[in-house]
Design a protein around this ligand. Structure first.
Ligand code: GLU
Length: 520
């Protein structure tokens, strides 16, 4: 290896023009893993040159998303105010850490102006006064004769005086790069291998609107140099930018970073990623109750594979096993079911206390609970105090089934309700008549009444099983009992649920079910 591993420096350079998506998470992750694995550093740079589309709110959200996922960076903006309320604070200030700031491109105009001026002075760039219409007409002509529709540089050879005159006359202009003719630009992509471009297909591309407004390829290349970036890992959609950035760096005699372009993310069957998956922001995943550990694990496999059967990876394990050589060249497949599966696994691994803390906001937001103190809540419907340990017990019953935290509300809402709302037909097991159902529920009532207040699940079960043996089918007793307690088609087992609700509530619910059968 020619690189001194200690000096590896990568960056995540998002444009704050929208929320972060899964593709962005992969870019951060692979850059982070690549540098950290080598003992190098990873920085955050905000590429907000597109002033119309860039918004502070998006930047805020991006930084918070990165923190939520567990990333840290050695240089870049850091939130000093507004981090505590994780996602909804409008009051937000950053401070830069690191010696190469500022880390927002909108605050680096001096740097770009300097370099642009140098290029104009030494002829690597020039003012172009062609109007949009002229450029378009030229492109159409080139296409009509079978050539690439690139700017061929009618303003390339204006004299200094002509330029001055045009500028003085207030003619609108842009700054173009004087692309060297007939040059091969070759780079060894860490993932895709050797890539070659011919400068003739690039034409003289625009690098700035004017001295104050440099554009993406220019600012990106300059900042990669200024910030000492050694490796750039980014999506395949950036491949065509790379030769431009290399030419710009070459024109200053700057060393180019090593580039690696990750495969596109495709949907199942190698089709274009579905709109839903492509457009679901990381924040939506968070709100639905996906855990950062699951997302990191899932995203790591979008294009990378350890070459073993191991599927569960923590960040630390990824730091051990990740290698850029194992990133595939072809498209990475996005499998939403796999994300759900992983999320379920990470939910099951959680300590119940932590899982409860994570689930409570969903119960509050859906109007089931209200916060009373740090350890007690109120059931919105019944106004009863609900302790943290009661909530914990309810969640524990469903920990195995949860795929997303948000599902908890539909699973356990019945616990905190005053009246259950269900059709009486739900009580029917197979073809039981109303009379049979009433008899079954009355039997359950009798069994529950005979219990102590703090009955054991097991004694309840033994009693029910004994009675059920005398019936044509166990379901005749257990199904109506469970439905009466939960009002749901599916739930945790009847005895667990009964234990959770307690004797009194069980009896009340059995009574309501009987009434439902008798009077509705
Ligand atoms: N700012 C660019 C983007 O968000 C990234 C540029 C890069 O990674 O080189 O697409």
């Amino acid at each position: 290896m020619t690189n001194n591993l200690e000096n590896i420096k990568t960056r995540f350079a998002p444009s704050p023009t929208g929320p972060m998506h899964i593709g962005g998470v992969r870019t951060v992750l692979f850059n982070y893993l690549y540098s950290h694995k080598a003992g190098g550093s990873f920085i955050l740079r905000i590429e907000d040159t597109d002033t119309e589309r860039s918004k502070k709110e998006w930047e805020h959200m991006l930084i918070k998303s990165l923190k939520w996922l567990g990333f840290d960076w050695s240089e870049g903006p850091e939130i000093v105010k507004g981090q505590e309320s994780l996602f909804d604070s409008a009051d937000y200030t950053v401070r830069y850490k690191g010696e190469n700031g500022p880390y927002r491109q909108s605050e680096r105009k001096d740097v770009y102006r300097n370099y642009l001026q140098q290029m104009l002075d030494n002829g690597h760039a020039y003012h172009c006064f062609c109007t949009k219409e002229e450029v378009e007409a030229q492109k159409s002509y080139l296409m009509s004769i079978g050539e690439s529709p690139v700017y061929k540089g009618s303003c390339r050879n204006l004299t200094k005086e002509q330029v001055e005159e045009n500028l003085k006359a207030g003619k609108r202009s842009v700054i173009r790069f004087r692309t060297p003719e007939n040059q091969k630009i070759v780079f060894d992509d860490m993932i895709k291998g050797r890539i070659e471009f011919d400068s003739s297909i690039m034409g003289d591309f625009v690098i700035a609107k004017d001295l104050e407004n440099a554009l993406f390829n220019f600012t990106c290349a300059i900042d990669d140099h200024e910030m000492g970036i050694t490796h750039v890992i980014r999506g395949e959609d950036h491949v065509s930018n790379t030769p431009k950035q290399i030419l710009l760096l070459n024109s200053f005699g700057f060393k180019k970073p090593t580039y690696g372009h990750m495969p596109l993310i495709l949907g199942q069957g190698k089709k274009k990623l579905s709109k839903r998956d492509a457009e679901t922001s990381l924040d939506e995943y968070r709100k639905e109750g996906y855990l950062p550990e699951a997302i990191i694990n899932f995203v790591a496999f979008l294009g990378w594979n350890p070459g073993t059967d191991k599927e569960l990876y923590s960040m630390d394990e990824l730091l051990n096993d990740f290698s850029i050589e194992k990133i595939q060249k072809s498209g990475a497949i996005f499998n939403a079911d796999k994300l759900d599966w992983l999320n379920g696994l990470y939910i099951r691994k959680k300590q119940i206390g932590e899982l409860t803390t994570l689930c409570i906001p969903y119960l509050i937001e859906s109007g089931i609970l209200k916060k009373e103190t740090d350890i007690s809540y109120l059931s919105v419907e019944t106004d009863e105090i609900v302790t943290l340990s009661q909530i914990e017990r309810a969640i524990r019953l469903y920990q195995e089934r949860l795929k997303k935290l948000s599902e908890i509300t539909d699973f356990i809402d019945f616990v905190f309700k005053k009246e259950l709302d269900y059709e009486k037909s739900l009580l029917v097991w197979k073809s039981m008549t109303d009379e049979e159902l009433i008899a079954s529920l009355e039997l359950s009532q009798g069994l529950v009444s005979s219990l102590d207040d703090d009955f054991e699940e097991e004694s309840l079960q033994n009693m029910f099983f004994k009675e059920a043996e005398a019936m044509p089918n166990k379901g005749n007793l257990l199904w109506p009992f469970r439905v009466a307690l939960t009002g749901k088609q599916s739930s945790a087992g009847p005895f667990e649920v009964a234990r959770l609700l307690g004797k009194e509530k069980c009896l009340r619910r059995l009574e309501s079910a009987i009434k439902k059968l008798k009077y509705s």
